[in-house]
Ligand binder design. Sequence first.
Ligand SMILES: Cc1cc2nc3c(=O)[nH]c(=O)nc-3n(C[C@H](O)[C@H](O)[C@H](O)COP(=O)(O)OP(=O)(O)OC[C@H]3O[C@@H](n4cnc5c(N)ncnc54)[C@H](O)[C@@H]3O)c2cc1C
Length: 476
Amino acid sequence: MADDLSQSKTQDFVARLSAALGPKVVSTDPAEIAPHVQDWRGRWNGSTPVLVKPGTTAEAATAMGLCAEFGMAVTPQGGNSGLVNGGVPYGEVLISLKRMNKVREVDVLNDAMTLEAGVILTTAQETADKHERLFPLSLGAEGVATIGGLISTNAGGVAVLRYGMMRDLVLGIEAVLPDGRIWNGLRGLRKDNTGYDLKHLFIGAEGTLGIVTAATLKLYPRPAVKETAWTVVNSPKDAVDLLARAKAASGGAVTGFEIVPAFGLELVLKHIPDTRDPLPAATPWRVLIELSLPRREGARDLMEGLLGEAMEAGLVQDAVIADSLAQSNMMWKIRENMAVAERAHGKALKHDVSVPVSRVAEFMERASDLARKMAPGVDIIAFGHVGDGNIHYNVTPPPGVDQDKFVEGEGLKVSKAIHDLIGELNGSISAEHGIGRLKRDELAWRKSPVEMDLMRAVKHALDPENRMNPGRVLQV
Ligand SMILES: Cc1cc2nc3c(=O)[nH]c(=O)nc-3n(C[C@H](O)[C@H](O)[C@H](O)COP(=O)(O)OP(=O)(O)OC[C@H]3O[C@@H](n4cnc5c(N)ncnc54)[C@H](O)[C@@H]3O)c2cc1C
């Protein structure tokens, strides 16, 4: 009986939605819905009674107003490249922002641009470039991830060291609230101390407080030249020491500093077409360094000087500097495809963790010791953003062990031990991917009761009926 009632409520809701917004916006076609209800890895499968594709903020507001009227829960979605089971609906109304993909304004003198939530990251980068500016956010999923998703997960990527996370790149936000009201906070101001800075509530909220429909983003001067080097190093400790030298030598021009393990490199060469090792060596680690400089003159000398001194100090065993854009792209292709190659290799325990940069080497060493002790035979694929202390620490099942059983069962003890170590080092169990449903329960006992209370209070203030992406980030 209760099921019948809720079915007929959903039917009435879809009918009202269709009448208000039309077939271009509202779809119940299973074939169209299918790609939206499974995540990128194919790990999670959900469902939705209806897919809503607003093309304007007004349409998004109409949809949200009707959701409020009918008491329907909502899951917002952008490029569906999220990695924590946050954007796949489980019975909620699915609102896809992909059709909201307009560049509203580029204010060159203010170094700012206003984009709709469905604009994909590569388009944002190209838009900045067309105006001789840089939008610095860059990550492996940039061909699909959207501005709304990047804001909602406070995405990081490979340039955080110099430019910060998405939170640092947002000047203003427009959002539709759970009750259907529109909040226009699209201010391109660097200074605005007029009370609580509300935009920060929506950044990293993973769709639990409202729908981001547009944002005003910071632009930076486009560097005149980028120098990219591929170095061979003995250990994460040497990598961290090299980072300190690179920062000091370049006056803060280090925009990329990524560590790659030899085993990860092997997987990329095996699984990703058209890749080759820039500098074959038997040494266990590689570091990709990128300097971004305002002048061409002296740029190469700077990189050569840095690497020469680091080699003399024994921090770098060998190095090659990219001589062309193609060579630089090849180095980045290896780094950016690490996650894809690792997925092709099979299932793994995945940890998106951060520690203070000064403790990266200690973390890598201790985590490796404990994983190998608890599950002898595992392979470790630890790679990522040494420059900002964020390591993607992945542990593959030992040979002969069922992958699913390890990842969903026995291996979870290893994950807990790694996260315990992160706690001991004052780090974070989610550096850049977010919480979603994946880490929600763990967050609840790892964060202090005071923090959890404050988070629940914010959620209740903005979404008292708990209809916005319920069950993601926190349980209320
Ligand atoms: C190969 C690969 C590499 C990656 N590399 C990185 C990396 O280096 N750094 C990093 O930080 N992440 C990385 N990611 C994760 C992912 O790309 C980011 O989390 C990205 O920000 C998600 O954007 P999206 O548009 O795909 O969002 P979705 O996956 O669609 O959604 C993500 C979350 O945001 C919510 N959401 C989406 N749009 C909106 C909106 N408009 N308003 C409110 N809520 C919304 C969803 O409900 C969900 O909770 C990677 C992913 C892949 C597949």
